[in-house]
Write a protein that binds this ligand. Structure first.
Ligand code: NAI
Ligand code: MG
Length: 363
């Protein structure tokens, strides 16, 4: 069966950058004769204004038949005036849940052409090629009990619960080990086993899985604070970094600084395999809807385009096409193509569409 791809541009710069990503996807589909079907559906705040629904019934139905979603951005801050029920029904979180996504993958690579844009030294940046596997279904984001309540003395206190069961840890860890096996063969598992019970369990479960199934992969445990430091000091030492939901959120943003701009960082989130062996997936830039530059045609589409490379690699099984897209992005940057977010002062900047052209010209 062909892979069914659903395109949801969403809010703000989402549709602008997704349009360029879609051109790249169609080009690779034609060039490699890939068995893909592609459908676009409305989603987001403009859809709400037009139809009274963030995610109309047809879009819901399209999500249910999609193998992979190519997503732009959701402007959740711009939804304050909408009814809470509608906000919940049309949220990115509900979309992720509907797709059953449990692993969020965020690759971070550095481009030599952008050394001058990064605050890091060139020798720190050279050869950085790492990927986070962030557990997406558990931890403090969902743990109960939670809330703000009063204690016996009438003082308010905020409560969250950090909770992981071993099945959640095994599922994420098994995915991360398998990924490391196909890369440079090093898995760094991050926790705070020294102070957190869920972290101690995390470490036990990862150690046992390593012993039982992945002895050919090198595995190390690292405390989250040490990981933050090493991402700054020696980022090229990392290959695959496995984290829980919260540490992954924080550490992957910290690592994003290495790449030079949010406009360069793709991500993909995957479900457990379905009976047919396929995983459902959602691919999106790490950045949001960028209301400050939306509608101006200046947003950098490279994060969205690199998300297409991940879709080709992880959902379409088209590794060669994925590498071509990544190489075209590198070649465009090497040739001096810059959007405003990665241009040095005084350097000419391309708009969104022109950057899309610069990549397409190298495919
Ligand atoms: P943001 O990522 O939208 O923007 C942060 C800064 O980076 C802004 O100055 C923006 O102009 C710049 N930027 C982002 N992407 C860029 C690109 N492709 N090219 C050039 N510059 C770019 O984050 P912010 O401002 O915190 O949030 C804005 C809205 O986006 C909020 O409603 C937030 O909830 C939402 N958001 C959605 C996400 C998603 O859909 N997955 C992720 C993060 C935020
Ligand atoms: Mg974050």
């Amino acid at each position: 069966l062909p892979l069914h791809v659903l395109v949801l541009g969403g809010d703000g710069i989402g549709p602008e950058v997704t349009a360029q990503a879609l051109r790249v996807l169609r080009r690779m589909q034609a060039k490699h004769d890939l068995p893909l079907t592609i459908e676009e559906q409305p989603f987001g705040n403009a859809t709400w204004r037009a139809t009274g629904s963030l995610m109309p019934a047809e879009t819901h139905a399209a999500v249910d038949r999609a193998d992979a979603v190519l997503f732009g951005a959701a402007d959740s801050l711009g939804r304050a005036a909408m009814p809470a029920e509608e906000r919940a029904r049309g949220s990115l979180l509900s979309l992720r849940r509907r797709l059953g996504l449990f692993a969020n993958l965020r690759p971070v690579r550095t481009e030599r052409a952008l050394d001058a844009v990064s605050p890091f030294k060139p020798q720190t940046l050279a050869g950085v090629d790492l990927v986070f596997v962030r557990e997406l279904s558990g931890g403090v984001y969902y743990g109960e009990p939670r809330g703000i309540e009063r204690d016996a003395d009438g003082r308010r206190r905020g409560i969250n619960t950090h909770i992981y069961d071993e099945d959640q840890i095994i599922r994420a860890a098994r995915f991360a080990f398998a990924l490391a096996r196909g890369r440079r063969g090093l898995l760094t598992s991050v926790d705070k086993a020294n102070v957190m019970e869920a972290g101690a369990l995390w470490r036990q479960v990862v150690t046992a899985l390593h012993h039982d199934e992945f002895r050919d992969v090198r595995m190390e445990h690292m405390l989250a604070d040490t990981c933050a430091l090493m991402l700054n000091r020696e980022p090229r030492r990392f290959d695959v970094i496995l984290t829980d939901n919260l540490f992954g959120d924080v550490l992957s943003d910290a690592a994003a600084g290495l790449a030079g701009s949010l406009g360069l960082l793709p991500s993909g989130s995957l479900s457990a395999p379905r009976p047919d062996g396929r995983r459902r997936a959602l691919y999106e830039p790490v950045h949001g809807s960028a209301p400050d530059i939306a509608g101006k045609g200046v947003a950098n589409p490279l994060a969205a385009i690199l998300s297409v490379a991940l879709l080709l690699r992880w959902s379409a099984g088209a590794e060669e096409a994925a590498q071509e897209v990544e190489a075209a992005v590198t070649a465009a940057l090497d040739a001096g193509a810059r959007c405003a977010d990665i241009a040095l002062p005084g350097e000419a900047a391309l708009g969104t569409e022109a950057m899309g052209e610069a990549v397409l010209a190298r495919l």
